[in-house]
Design a protein around this ligand. Structure first.
Ligand code: AVI
Length: 321
């Protein structure tokens, strides 16, 4: 008999706060304007990201999925018994759901900043797995990762797929990995993480500038999100999507570029942009496996395992705390 366990929600991220507006204002008013990539994820942004993962040009999701499927036995064997499966940036929870069959977690802990979207995803998941203990966290873990007390502390498995770690600079990534290592606890915690690899520029740029222009919509939707959060007056027609690869820094960048001189206003502020000026909205770092293994090591992880695909496009790592 299956006991129906209602999911528990803990929401610590609220977009409509002074701190969030201050963070945005600081970036927008900087000489080289920027917005943290987490603002790409409002309800529509999370849907658009889901669509990106289906695009022919966006290879990371399907390549990672193929690696996980091919090495599913090995991965499950290494991971062993899972208490809490903690899914960082869970989105639609679909990637984690694929692990349920083999890893049989006793508890599922999805964490996402897109809180409304997360609630919908969790409601769907609960309907399919009424007996699964779900603790959902609407959290901005870019500041601090904090787990409530009802998250099981033995056999924690942190799951950070999709190369989301690449949306941090290597220095920030190290800080994030250290936090995760600490949160693994002393009772057999580990990390399963997906990382995109360095490859030819054409393949990389096309993945971030697809022919259907879904990525452009995903990037430009950030302006609609800012209009709501800041009560700003960005006009979509004034801004175009830009993606480029900085080989020296090993990162793809997304920008929003002003088509013409434009002034953007929000209560208490205005910011002038010249024609061609950009707002930097995302970095997506690409790693050589040895460099990423070194980062895991520097964060205090050990017993590191690595799997990749035949083309060497994407890496999956498992490491113990
Ligand atoms: C979520 N993150 C890993 C994606 C990436 O590839 O950096 C977000 C994304 N941006 C544009 N396309 C997808």
């Amino acid at each position: 008999e299956t006991v129906d366990t209602a999911p528990r929600y803990y929401q610590t991220f609220h977009p409509d706060t002074h701190a969030v507006r201050a963070e945005l204002e600081q970036g927008l008013c900087a000489p080289n304007a920027w917005v943290p990539p987490k603002f790409l994820y409002d309800p529509l942004g999370s849907c658009l990201f889901g669509a990106i993962t289906q695009l022919p040009e966006y290879y990371p999701t399907r390549t990672e999925q193929a690696i996980m499927a091919r090495y599913a036995d090995e991965i499950a064997q290494r991971v062993g018994g899972v208490g809490a499966l903690i899914d960082l940036g869970a989105g639609d929870c679909v990637k984690a759901e694929r692990l349920f069959g083999r890893l049989c977690p006793r508890q599922y802990v999805p964490v996402d900043i897109s809180t409304e979207y997360l609630r919908g995803a969790v409601a769907r998941l609960h309907a399919g797995y009424p007996g699964l203990d779900i603790v959902a966290l609407g959290q901005d873990f870019s500041h601090t990762l904090s787990l409530p007390e009802d998250v099981l502390d033995d056999g924690r498995l942190f799951f950070y797929p999709g190369s989301s770690i690449g949306n941090w600079s290597p220095e920030q990534a190290l800080g994030m990995l250290r936090q995760v290592r600490e949160a693994c606890g002393e009772r057999g915690g580990s990390l399963l993480i997906g990382v995109d690899r360095v490859k030819d520029e054409r393949t990389l740029v096309r993945a971030y500038d697809d022919a259907l222009q879904v990525t452009a919509a995903f990037n430009r939707n950030l302006l609609l999100h800012l209009n709501r959060v800041l009560r700003a007056d960005f006009a979509l027609a004034d801004w175009r999507h830009l993606a480029c690869f900085d080989a020296a820094r090993s990162r793809v960048e997304m920008h929003l570029q002003a088509n013409a001189p434009v002034t953007v206003n929000w209560p208490g502020h205005s910011r002038e942009f010249s024609a061609g000026e950009t707002i930097h909205t995302e970095c997506s770092y690409k790693y050589e496996p040895t460099d990423f293994a070194a980062l895991l090591d520097a964060a205090g992880f050990n017993d590191i395992a690595h799997w990749t695909d035949a083309q060497g496009w994407f890496s999956v790592f498992h490491a113990r705390a």
